[in-house]
Write a protein that binds this ligand. Structure first.
Ligand code: LLP
Length: 463
């Protein structure tokens, strides 16, 4: 998924010719600031620190595996997105990337809005005090209970995903005596350059209402006839971990075309356009993501240009970054348990977590980086595969990475850029206990999601 260079290196030439990974980095101890969260450094002894706290102390206090989330970095990224898009646009953080009550409060304080896609996310958002009007509800199969709760609470918008849902939401709004602000999610027919499972704007998939076959225009007709619904805009999300702005350009063009058709047919100009999330982040040093101000300028320019050409007033733009905000702000800390050398092949380094805390490598063939963080080392680079402790050979955390050849049980490894879609997709496979999320800031660490315990597991198992 991420873009990797494939130069060959000096060791294990037979495996290297498969070309799945980069050459060994010149400095194995370096922590690339494009991949690690902003406050990560090494202290004078070579121990990595985050938020002014060293990982040895963090591991001792909170155990491993654990996610450490750099609060200052998270807030800085929120502000960067907010400032880049300015007052005439809205930034909705996509809660599916990672959501907790602390995160909701940070979002609220930093002026962001919030996308939720389930009753659980909605409950978390409301419980932590996010005003309902700043929340949007998504999902291709929202339940009646989810829709009802959202309307009762007064969420700012519901993003309609199907013809059945148009009727369902209208019916529930009528029953509650409310008029609900809605957008229609359209599939614009863009092939996003990302993994098939996280591309969402081509037509052959479950999300949204097709544009090309006239279904979206028909959806607009139906929504406009229903008193319980107030149509405020059109929504498009083309996929995730995308680096190329060309897909957004096509998406904006097609959405504006629909707005033009709506004006011509119904004599109304819809006031909002939402281009979704999906902006890529750096998982390895080979990835080169755009900055929020570049993204804001590119999207703003596209929408403005398309609207001018169509003679439409420019609608209020919104975006929904999840990964681009939380992804780079956290790393997962693991302890090495066993090291198995396969001469002429690679070394398997087993850590105390795995696919239960990061399913992305197994599911999407995702690339990650990894570093020895409890010390530095001058040993030569060793081609390694970092694997978990689950009963599956696909239980891989980092497919191919160079680690120092003196790596030993008890060393601490950290995998950066695990803030998005790791804790939120964590499982109890093999009855693993899901790791805690610890927020770190200015020399203080605070558990924001605690580690699961055996009691938690057994409490659900009611016999
Ligand atoms: N808006 C909508 C409507 C979405 O469906 C998504 C993600 C986002 C925004 C946020 O996308 P982001 O900026 O985080 O890329 N589990 C996959 C990613 C699935 C994304 C689903 N929708 C992964 O780990 O890569």
């Amino acid at each position: 998924m991420s873009r990797s260079a494939h130069p060959a290196g000096p060791r294990h030439a037979d495996v290297m010719s498969e070309g799945h990974y980069s050459a060994p980095p010149t400095d194995l101890n370096a922590l690339d600031p494009n991949v690690w969260s902003r406050t990560v450094t090494r202290d004078a002894e070579g121990v990595a620190q985050v938020g002014g706290l060293d990982v040895l102390k963090l591991a001792e206090e909170f155990g491993t595996p654990a996610y450490f989330l750099d609060e200052a970095d998270f807030r800085a990224r929120c502000r960067a997105w907010r400032d880049a898009f300015g007052e005439d646009a809205d930034v909705f953080y996509a809660g599916k990337a990672f959501l907790s009550r602390a995160v909701v409060r940070w979002l609220y304080e930093e002026g962001l809005n919030l996308d939720v896609c389930s009753a659980g996310e909605l409950a978390t958002a409301l419980d932590a005090g996010m005003p309902a009007e700043r929340i949007a509800l998504h999902g291709n199969n929202k339940s009646t209970a989810e829709i009802e709760r959202a309307i009762r609470e007064g969420v700012g918008r519901i993003v309609l995903d199907s013809f059945q849902e148009i009727v369902r939401v209208a019916h529930i709004a009528d029953r509650l005596g409310k008029r609900q602000r809605v957008q229609i999610r359209v599939t614009v027919g863009v092939e996003a350059h990302t993994h098939e499972f996280i591309a969402t704007a081509h037509e052959d998939q479950k999300f949204g209402i097709g544009l090309a076959d006239g279904q979206a225009a028909e959806a607009v007709r139906r929504v406009l006839k229903l008193d319980g619904l107030e149509l405020v805009g059109i929504h498009s999300h083309i996929g995730s971990q995308i680096f190329d702005m060309a897909g957004f350009e096509v998406s904006a063009h097609r959405v504006v075309q629909l707005l033009t058709e709506v004006r011509d047919e119904h004599g109304i100009e819809l006031p909002e356009i939402d281009l979704g999330g999906g902006l890529g982040i750096a998982y390895t040093s080979d990835d080169d993501p755009s900055e929020p101000h570049e993204i804001a300028k590119a999207l703003g320019d596209i929408v403005t240009r398309e609207c001018r050409l169509a003679g439409l007033s420019v609608p209020r733009l919104s975006v929904e970054p999840g990964r681009a905000i939380v992804g780079p702000t956290a790393f997962t800390l693991y302890e090495v348990g066993t090291v198995k050398h396969l001469e002429g092949l690679r070394t398997y380094v087993s850590v105390d977590g795995g696919m239960s805390d990061n399913i992305r490598t197994a599911l999407y063939d995702a690339d990650y980086s990894v570093a020895l963080v409890s010390r530095t080392s001058d040993a030569e680079p060793m081609l390694s595969r970092v694997v978990g402790k689950h009963c599956e050979s696909g239980d891989i955390v980092v497919k191919d990475a160079f680690l120092p050849a003196d790596l030993a049980p008890g060393d601490l490894l950290a995998v950066p850029a695990t803030g998005a879609y790791c804790r939120s997709m964590a499982s109890n496979y093999n009855h693993a206990l899901r790791p805690p999320v610890v927020a770190v800031d200015s020399g203080e660490a605070r558990v924001i999601v605690r580690r699961e315990t055996e009691e938690d597991l057994l409490r659900l198992d009611v016999g």
